[in-house]
Design a binder for this molecule. Structure first.
Ligand code: GCW
Length: 607
């Protein structure tokens, strides 16, 4: 089962070397009766131009552009999409990355689709056939960088740059013909494994170790894209230990990889994870901006700061991270998460394109140059655990190519390529997917508050689970009120935004409902714009979310999925209905007990 490539089965010969060869091969298999000429124009890079001619088609493009153009043609003809006589296309973002959080022991951090596709027993150990499928899936939607190991690098993860380097080089060879370059997550303190007593970025021994390591690594993998670094975050080592800032830390690595054209992707997920919940001065969403915005302009040109889309951590609803608007002199990458850590573990249906559309609507075109997403794959037969979660992977690729891709277009195209249902059923499936995020949002944490999940595991409800803990993730629900005031009068988080955004959210009377409790602390009797009280709105959303989940199950039951998918989809849907009921009951009970306010519609809320 090869996700949306089931229609295009192909056994890739080991002799395949270049994306142009891959383009010819894919075209010959997928469109055997169609005449397509390829014209190599190296200067076009990843871009292509597709011409409809009398006798067939012509694709002009750079090395990988030819392959992307070939897939564009294959998809369009298979999905019966109209093609213009001339279609010119190039990706909006330079690096279109997948970050796998795979560990050497074969586990996947926040992975919900089985074990790692890359590692087993402490080392690289993979099935080349499956790696080629992943590479084809990536190439078919235009993705071009694959980071295979977890950003939390624990031993023996460091060996990728040491003893396991020849294996890494072999993996790079497998994905190279698909226009995909490898990236590796590195341990900032790795020099200390080699007799150097420090990892201080200003220490010349540390600099020399990284320079020598980079030259060895790039000799083995000449097209390695770069290193990905999680430093000074959730216990990982970093430059703070030595009194250095993150520009000093990242620039040292950047210097080492510069001669080889490598980049340093430096994650901005840095915050105090040992907070005392009684400390009302520290507000975790402020952390990334506070750390990095003052450093704008100080990073080397081959450093990319990778910023999670929201200021917290991949909650169902978060505002755009203010850091993304605050570093005009720095190459930024946006980080998304395909893995459904807080969004249903690939048990519950959660289609992300509508959420991403909101992000890109707020993000000025020039703010970022690259995009990354945490992978949702594993070694399950269908790669994504839930067969319908593949729509997110597909949609992510299209979005990296064009951030204004319409969610409905990518969802319907994915559905058509994967299942080829008649139009009416395709629409039912797409409607179901496109509404799934709002449904999930309704039955989980209310109105932008987030974090009511079971601690650590992050599936299922636990309204106070993170409340008195160390992670800075509080809602402060009391008998009278809930939420945190993040305006100027409160924690001041809102002041990190430009004026027009601040204005949109600072007054609870005009703040969009879905962000209300992220920005404001309000009494349960607060009147919403539609006249309902805050607590009534919470009850209503939860009952509605549950009811929508049941309706979704009926829709999915009615669709003619192939048997192997159907069994998995319906089994997961049953679990989702159960989960939604549990969320609905527990959250409503929680607020009912605190507020003492009964449901206006007299529905059952357990005491
Ligand atoms: O919130 C956390 C996740 C961790 C993850 C971290 C990060 C890889 O729960 O599992 O670690 O985010 O993004 O670094």
């Amino acid at each position: 089962m090869n996700a949306w490539l089931n229609r295009f089965p192909l056994s890739v010969p080991e002799s395949l070397r270049t994306p142009e060869e891959a383009a010819r091969l894919e075209l010959a298999h997928a469109l055997p009766d169609c005449s397509v000429t390829l014209e190599s124009v190296p200067a076009m890079g990843d871009g292509f131009c597709l011409f409809r001619e009398k006798s067939g088609y012509r694709i002009a493009g750079g090395p990988a552009g030819l392959l992307y153009g070939a897939w564009r043609l294959i998809f369009s003809l298979t999905a019966c999409e109209e093609l213009p006589d001339r279609l010119e296309s190039a990706p909006r973002y330079a690096l279109r990355m997948i970050n796998c959080w795979d560990n050497p022991d074969g586990t996947v951090e926040r992975g919900y689709s089985g074990s790692s596709l890359f590692f087993r027993g402490g080392k690289l150990d993979y099935n080349p056939e499956r790696i080629r499928v992943i590479a084809r899936l990536m190439a078919s939607v235009g993705l071009n960088v694959l980071c295979i190991n977890n950003v939390n690098v624990h031993f023996p993860g460091q060996l990728l740059l040491e003893d396991d380097l020849p294996d890494l080089a072999r993996l790079a060879e497998i994905i190279r013909p698909f226009g995909i370059r490898l990236m590796v997550s590195v341990d900032y303190s790795q020099p200390m494994r080699h007799g150097i007593p420090t990892a201080d970025p200003l220490d010349t021994r540390v600099q020399a170790w990284w320079a020598e390591t980079a030259s060895r690594v790039w000799r083995a993998v000449p097209d390695l894209a770069g290193f990905l670094v999680k430093a000074d975050s959730e216990g990982r080592p970093g430059p703070f230990t030595y009194g250095r800032n993150h520009a000093e830390g990242a620039n040292m690595l950047a210097e080492a990889v510069r001669p080889f054209g490598g980049v340093i992707v430096w994650r901005c997920f840095v915050y105090n994870c040992r907070q005392d919940w009684r400390d009302t001065k520290t507000d975790r969403p402020k952390a990334a901006y506070d750390h990095y915005a003052p450093l704008d302009g100080q990073f080397a040109s081959n450093v990319i700061l990778q910023v999670k889309h929201g200021p917290f951590d991949f909650q169902v609803r978060e505002p755009l991270s203010p850091l993304l608007l605050a570093m005009p002199k720095t190459h930024l990458a946006l980080e998304l998460q395909l893995a459904q850590e807080y969004t249903g573990h690939q048990i519950d249906l959660y289609t992300m394109m509508p959420m991403w559309q909101e992000i890109f609507e707020e993000l000025p075109d020039s703010a970022i140059m690259s995009v990354a997403a945490v992978s949702n794959w594993g070694d399950d037969a269908n790669y994504t655990g839930h067969p319908l979660a593949a729509a997110n992977f597909f949609g992510y690729g299209l979005l990296c190519w064009d951030p204004h891709t319409d969610p409905r277009r990518s969802t319907e195209l994915w559905a058509r390529l994967t299942y080829g249902f008649p139009a009416e059923q395709e629409k039912k499936l797409a409607d179901c997917l496109l509404s799934s995020r709002r449904t999930y949002e309704k039955y989980t944490a209310p109105l932008g508050i987030g974090w009511m999940v079971t601690p650590h595991d992050h599936y299922g409800p636990n309204p106070s689970g993170y409340e008195y803990d160390l992670w800075g993730t509080y809602h402060k629900a009391s008998r009278d009120a809930v939420g945190i005031d993040r305006t100027e009068k409160g924690t001041g988080y809102l002041c990190q935004y430009p004026e027009e955004i601040r204005k949109k959210y600072e007054d609870p009377a005009s703040c969009p409902d879905l962000y209300l409790l992220f920005y404001h602390r309000l009494p349960y009797s607060f009147r919403m714009k539609d006249g309902r009280t805050l607590v009534q709105r919470i009850y209503d959303d939860h009952f509605e979310g549950y009811a929508e989940t049941e309706a979704m199950r009926e829709t999915l039951r009615s669709l003619p999925f192939p048997e192997e998918d159907r069994a998995v989809i319906l089994e997961r849907m049953d679990r989702q209905v159960h989960n939604a009921r549990e969320w609905c009951d527990i959250i409503n009970t929680f607020f009912h007990r605190l507020s003492g306010i009964p449901d206006g519609q007299g529905r059952t809320i357990y005491e």
